[in-house]
Design a protein around this ligand. Structure first.
Ligand code: GLC
Length: 750
C-alpha cells in the first residue's frame, strides 16, 4: 500500500472531503457537482504537532504529523480521529488454507489486496449503522463487510466473514453519546469495511482499487447526517401513489389465464392490490424486451382488463441479453458496439437465464439512452413499471473477469471498477427511459445498486428465504438501507426461497405493513404463498394488514414527500428520534414510521406476546386505545392477528377509507386521526373553555402520477388540533395548486 498525499476540502459547514489528487480526475457515479467553499488543503504541509488547519461554522479540523486527522465540533468535542497506533495483523487465511477450503467445495469470500486503507479510532461506546443491505443486526460494530454486488442465494447471515450482498452503499453512520457523524467512501471497486473486527479499538475502510476519496459528514443528529449524505448523493423523488400499494408476485405467473385468475382471486377475497408482477416467464425465451406470444398473446388487452380492476402490471428485465443472431436487441447492440468486451476486444459472453448472454455497457450515455428507449416496447403494451434484476451483474458461468472492458463515453474502465455501479447505471437508464416513454414518475425496482441509486429506483433485498431469522433480519436491513439513503425499500414478504408456513406469512405481512415497497414474492418450486393459499385465518390476517397499509397510505405519501426534501427514510430506527436514549440504539425489532407510529412486530415462531420498548412520551396502543407512558419496557399480548402498533400521543395521522386500489376517485376524502397529547389536560382545558395543547401537521397532496407538482400543482394543508373534539380542528392551505382538493376531511379523535 503506498502512502499518498491527502487533501482536505470543506464541501459545506458539515461536510469535508478527504482525497488524494487523482480523485479530482475521477468521475463520481454518486456525487453531483460539488460547490466547494474553500480550496483543498494538503495535509502533509502541516507540521508535526497537532495543528488546526481548517474551520467551518460547524467543524474544526486538526492534523498531526502531516497525516493524522482529527475532526472536532466547534465546542471542541472530538468527533472522529485517525488511528495513529500500530495495526493488528489481519488474520487472513493462508494460500494453503484457501486451497483446502476450495477443494472441499466451500465458497470462500477472499479479501483482495487493498490499494489503500483508512483507519479511525473508536473513541468510546460507538455503534455503527448503514452500509446498505448488509444482513444481521442494526449495529455493524464488531463485524467486517465487503462491498461487491453479489447474486448469492445462500441463506444470508452475519458471521464475521466478509459477506457481500446485492448492493454496495459504502456509507456508514457512527453514533456515540456525545457525537454522531457519517463516512462515505466514494469508491466503486471492491471495498472493505472492518468495523472493529480486526481490533476492537479501531475501524477501517479501504478498497482494492481506485484512490482514497471519502467524505466526513457531520451533524447534531442522525437525521442531519442523513441529510448531508443525501445532499451529496441525491434523494428519492416522489413515487406514483399506486406504487406504494400492495404488489403480488411470484416466479412466475406464466400465462394470461393465470394472471387473470389471480386478479379474480384478489378481488374475490377483497385483498387491496395495485400491481401484479410478471417474472421472467412472460418473455420469449428469456429475451429481454420481448413478450411470449404463446403465454401472453394479448398483453395490452390483459393490461386493460386488469386496469378496470385497478391492477397494474410490472415486468422484470435482466441486463443479460441473449446472444442470438436475429434477435434485434442483440443485433443492434453488436452493430453499435454496445456490449462489454474482453481485453482482446471481443464481445464478452457469459450465461444468465437465456443461456449464452452479453452485457450492455451502461457506462455509456448512448447505451443508457438505447436501453431506456426499449422501455417503450413494454409501456406501449400496458406495463407500468420495470423490475430490474440480476444486475450485479449475475453470471452463471463464473464471475466476470476483472479485466472485462467497458468503454463508456471515451473512458475505458475495467469490470473491477464498473461492477458495483452496473445496477445503478441500469436503473438510471430505466428511470430515464420510462420517464421519456410515459411522462409519469417512473417506477423502477432494483436488486443491485450503489450510493445515489435512490434518485432512480426503489429496491428490494433480493432472495431471502422463508425463515424466521430472515424475517427478524428484515427489520434492521430495511432500517439500515433507509439510513443509507435508500428510503423506498422492502423485502419479499413471506420469503423468496424455501417454504412459508401460514404463521410465518402472517407475521411477515404484519412486520412489513408500513414498508414503502410492499410485495409478496416467492420462488418457483416453493410452496405458493399468496394470501389465500393457506386457510381462512391466514387470509383474514393478510387482508387486515394489507388494508391497514392502505389506510395509512396518505401518511406514507407524506413521508415520501418529506424524504424527497430531506432524505429522511420512511421507516426509521428508534434511535433516529430518541438519540439520547441509549435503549433505542440497538433496538432491532421495532421501528418508527416517520416520527408518529411505532411498530413492534412479532418475529418468532409461536410467540403470543412480546416485550416492547416505548421511548419517552405517551404512546397510544393502536388496537386498544390504551394510553401508555413511555421510557419503559412493556409486555404486549400479541396473538397471531396482532402486530403491536403504537401512535405517539400528540399526533395527527392522515388516513383514507378502505379501497381495493389507488384511483383518483377514491382519494377524495381524507380521514384525520387525532391522538391528543394529553387526554386529561385536554378535558380540563375544554371544561375551562381553554384551548388544549395544540398539535400541528402538514399534509401534502398532488395528482400522485406525473411531474405537474414540480410546476406548483400540489396542495399543502396545515392541520391544527386543540381540545378533544373534532370541532377543535382547523385547516389552512399553505400552498394551493392542485385542483383535486379533498371534498371531505373527517376528523376522528382517538
Ligand atoms: C432472481 C430474483 C428473483 C426472481 C428470479 C427469477 O432470483 O432475485 O426475485 O424471481 O431471479 O427471475
Amino acid at each position: 500500500m503506498k502512502e499518498e498525499q491527502l487533501y482536505i476540502q470543506a464541501v459545506n459547514d458539515q461536510i469535508l472531503r478527504i482525497f488524494s489528487k487523482d480523485a479530482l480526475q475521477k468521475q463520481s457515479f454518486a456525487v453531483g457537482d460539488i460547490q466547494a467553499l474553500s480550496e483543498a488543503i494538503p495535509l502533509s504541509e502541516v507540521g508535526a504537532a497537532k495543528e488546526k488547519i481548517l474551520e467551518t461554522r460547524k467543524l474544526s479540523v486538526k492534523v498531526a504529523g502531516g497525516r493524522f486527522l482529527s475532526v472536532f465540533d466547534r465546542e471542541g468535542t472530538l468527533l472522529c480521529e485517525d488511528w495513529d497506533g500500530e495495526r493488528q495483523e489481519t488474520q487472513a487465511l493462508s494460500e494453503t488454507e484457501l486451497e483446502q477450503l476450495r477443494a472441499e467445495g466451500h465458497a470462500v469470500d477472499e479479501m483482495a489486496a487493498q490499494a489503500f486503507s483508512v483507519v479511525k479510532r473508536f473513541v468510546g461506546d460507538e455503534v455503527v449503522y448503514g452500509l446498505g443491505d448488509k444482513t444481521g443486526f442494526l449495529n455493524k460494530r464488531g463485524y467486517q463487510y465487503m462491498m461487491w454486488n453479489s447474486d448469492n442465494p445462500d441463506p444470508h447471515v452475519e458471521n464475521g466473514t466478509f459477506k457481500a450482498m446485492y448492493k454496495s452503499i459504502p456509507f456508514f453512520i457512527v453514533l456515540r453519546e456525545d457525537a454522531v457523524y457519517g463516512i462515505f467512501l466514494d469508491n466503486t471497486y471492491r471495498s472493505y469495511f472492518d468495523m472493529g473486527y480486526e481490533d476492537t479499538r479501531y475501524y477501517s475502510f479501504g478498497a482494492a482499487g481506485g484512490v482514497p476519496d471519502y467524505y466526513f459528514i457531520g451533524g447534531d443528529t442522525i437525521a442531519e447526517v442523513i441529510y448531508g449524505y443525501t445532499e451529496l448523493t441525491g434523494r428519492a423523488p416522489l413515487p406514483q401513489l399506486w406504487t406504494l400499494g400492495y404488489h403480488q408476485s411470484r416466479w412466475s405467473y406464466g400465462s394470461s389465464e393465470e394472471v387473470r385468475s389471480l386478479a379474480e382471486k384478489l378481488r374475490k377475497y377483497e385483498i387491496p392490490c395495485d400491481a401484479i408482477h410478471l417474472d421472467i416467464d412472460y418473455m420469449d425465451h428469456f429475451k429481454v424486451f420481448t413478450v411470449s406470444g404463446e403465454a401472453f398473446p394479448d398483453l395490452t388487452g390483459l393490461g386493460s382488463e386488469l386496469a378496470k380492476q385497478g391492477i397494474r402490471l410490472v415486468s422484470i428485465i435482466d441486463p443479460g441479453t441473449k446472444a442470438e443472431a436475429g434477435y434485434s436487441l442483440y443485433d443492434t447492440g453488436i452493430e453499435k458496439e454496445y456490449f462489454a468486451k474482453t481485453k482482446e476486444g471481443e464481445v464478452y459472453h457469459n450465461a444468465v437465464w437465456p443461456g449464452d448472454s452479453v452485457y450492455p455497457d451502461y457506462t455509456s450515455a448512448a447505451v443508457r439512452q438505447w436501453w431506456g428507449d426499449q422501455a417503450e416496447l413494454l409501456t406501449s403494451q400496458g406495463i407500468q413499471g420495470i423490475w430490474n434484476d440480476m444486475n450485479e451483474p449475475a453470471s452463471f458461468q463464473g464471475p466476470l473477469p476483472d479485466d472485462v472492458l467497458f468503454y463508456g463515453d471515451g473512458t475505458v474502465r475495467r469490470h473491477e471498477e464498473v461492477h458495483n455501479v452496473y445496477g445503478h447505471l441500469m436503473a438510471q437508464a430505466t428511470y430515464e427511459g420510462l420517464k421519456r416513454a410515459t411522462g409519469k414518475r417512473p417506477f423502477v425496482i432494483t436488486r443491485a445498486c450503489y450510493s445515489g441509486s435512490q434518485k432512480y429506483t426503489t429496491a428490494w433485498t433480493g432472495d431471502n428465504q422463508s425463515l424466521w431469522t430472515h424475517l427478524q433480519m428484515s427489520i434492521p436491513q430495511l432500517l439500515n438501507l433507509g439510513m443509507s439513503g435508500m428510503p423506498l425499500v422492502g423485502t419479499d414478504i413471506g420469503g423468496f426461497g424455501a417454504n412459508a408456513t401460514p404463521e410465518l406469512l402472517c407475521r411477515w405481512v404484519e412486520a412489513s405493513c408500513f414498508a414503502p415497497l410492499f410485495r409478496n414474492h416467492s420462488a418457483k418450486f416453493t410452496r405458493r404463498q399468496e394470501p389465500w393459499q393457506f386457510d381462512q385465518r391466514t387470509l383474514y390476517i393478510n387482508r387486515k394488514y394489507i388494508a391497514l397499509h392502505y389506510h395509512f397510505l396518505p401518511y406514507l405519501y407524506d413521508l415520501c414527500y418529506e424524504e424527497s426534501l430531506t432524505g429522511m427514510p420512511v421507516l426509521r430506527p428508534l434511535a433516529m428520534h430518541y438519540q439520547n436514549d441509549k435503549n433505542t440504539w440497538e433496538c432491532n425489532d421495532e421501528y418508527l414510521v416517520g416520527s408518529q407510529i411505532l411498530a413492534a412486530p412479532v418475529t418468532s415462531q409461536g410467540a403470543k406476546a412480546r416485550m416492547v420498548y416505548l421511548p419517552e412520551g405517551t404512546w397510544v396502543d393502536y388496537w386498544s386505545g390504551e394510553r401508555i407512558p413511555g421510557s419503559r419496557y412493556i409486555l404486549r399480548e400479541a396473538p397471531l392477528e396482532v402486530c403491536p402498533i403504537y401512535v405517539r400521543a400528540g399526533s395527527i395521522l392522515p388516513a383514507m377509507e378502505p379501497v381495493l386500489s389507488i384511483q383518483p376517485e377514491n382519494m377524495k376524502k381524507l380521514i384525520l386521526e387525532f391522538y391528543p397529547a394529553d387526554r386529561q389536560m385536554g378535558k380540563e382545558n375544554e371544561l375551562a373553555g381553554k384551548k388544549g395543547q395544540e398539535v400541528r401537521y402538514i399534509h401534502y397532496q398532488d395528482n400522485g402520477t406525473d411531474f405537474a407538482y414540480q410546476d406548483g400543482e400540489y396542495n399543502l394543508y396545515e392541520f391544527r388540533f386543540s381540545g378533544e373534539r373534532s370541532s377543535g380542528l382547523s385547516v389552512s392551505m399553505i400552498h394551493e395548486g392542485y385542483e383535486g382538493k379533498y371534498q371531505t376531511i373527517e376528523a376522528v379523535i382517538r
